[in-house]
Design a protein around this ligand. Structure first.
Ligand SMILES: [Zn+2]
Length: 335
């Protein structure tokens, strides 16, 4: 396994502190756009969005981040520093539906008439084609009463902030022509069903959204109901990008790095270990709830420190591993 190459020490340092890094130049006409990510109970302070300038004066955004006034000002400030402005924005691409990526897209769309681009299946998820929010899951998981309010708020946040109609829907294999720039769409279901990576082959850049992150194992199945098991999907999706080892990885959080193959191998190994760990807990406990299984697993932050979004994600991940093992019937019978 090769090791990771950190491309910007300041960006790397910000990822594990409370700071938001400064925007930096990624490649010819490509800049990072770090924006704040205010949300309870999760360790991420910022989203890494990206600004692409084409040769015809057009501006294109990838993952503009949470819709806050401060982020809007960051966007205006960065574009001014680059000698342009929000009125030049032609395209806003979101790698997936989460509000820390797609959030500000609608505001940009309204203010500038820019075209919002989503994967076709992500729009379908937003439109509820695979089912809506899943409030019954707290019963199904055996979540103690005292913890349900914090999780219910998350459900609301996740599903109500994503009601957008994209102007252009894309599929894996499509090529987005942004002025004189080309971005290839790679469909990478797992984190959400319609999650996508974007590849700039000319500059050897891969924008990964939350599919591949440098410091975290991305939660899976977090885009609402999906027609297939997100863990199985995710492993296939890692294989779709693992070959771009010479590309600069431009993730949606954390920092840019080289060493995609090693990172993908580590992420795949994590899920294999996790499935085995869940199997061992199921062997040990008699008719446990998802909550009880999750509480027996190793969590890097510590089980007792998980709350809000991370707790919801932890429980969802646990249930997915149980489903992947085909051992759902061994859980306690709940209402
Ligand atoms: Zn996400």
């Amino acid at each position: 396994m090769t090791t990771e190459v950190i491309l910007d020490p300041a960006e790397r340092a910000a990822a594990t502190s409370d700071a938001i890094p400064e925007p930096v130049r990624v490649a010819d006409g490509v800049w990072t756009m770090p924006v704040e990510f205010p949300s309870e109970g999760q360790p991420l302070r910022y989203t890494l969005g990206y600004v692409l300038l084409d040769g015809d004066g057009g501006v294109h955004l990838i993952d503009p981040g949470v819709d806050t006034d401060a982020n809007w000002q960051r966007l205006e400030g960065l574009l001014a520093a680059l000698g342009t402005s929000v009125s030049a924005i032609r395209t806003v691409i979101a790698t997936h539906l989460h509000f820390d990526h797609l959030g500000m897209a609608e505001r940009v769309q309204r203010a500038t008439g820019a075209a919002v681009v989503l994967h076709r299946l992500e729009q379908a998820a937003i439109d509820g084609e695979f089912g809506g929010a899943d409030p019954e899951r707290f019963d199904r998981w055996g979540v103690p009463r005292a913890r349900r309010d914090e999780l219910a708020r998350i459900t609301e946040e996740r599903f109500t902030k994503a009601a957008i109609a994209a102007d252009r829907l894309v599929d894996g294999g499509d090529v987005l022509e942004l002025g004189d720039r080309m971005l290839e769409v790679i469909w990478t279901p797992g984190h959400t069903y319609g999650s996508m990576c974007l590849r700039d082959a000319e500059r050897k850049l891969l924008f990964t959204g939350d599919h591949v992150l440098p410091l975290m194992n991305p939660g899976l199945g977090l885009g609402g109901p999906a027609p297939s098991n997100p863990i199985s999907d995710y492993l296939v999706s890692l294989d779709k990008v693992i070959g771009f080892d010479d590309h600069q990885v431009c993730p949606g959080h954390g920092y840019r790095f080289l060493g995609l193959r090693a990172r993908c191998e580590r992420l795949a190994a994590h899920h294999a270990r996790r499935t085995a760990e869940v199997a061992a807990v199921l062997d040990r406990l008699d008719r446990p709830s998802v909550w009880q299984v999750a509480s027996q697993l190793y969590w890097s932050m510590g089980w007792e420190n998980l709350s809000h979004y991370l707790l919801d994600s932890a429980l969802a991940q646990t249930e997915l591993h149980i489903a992947r093992l085909g051992r759902h019937h061994e859980l306690e019978k709940t209402a």
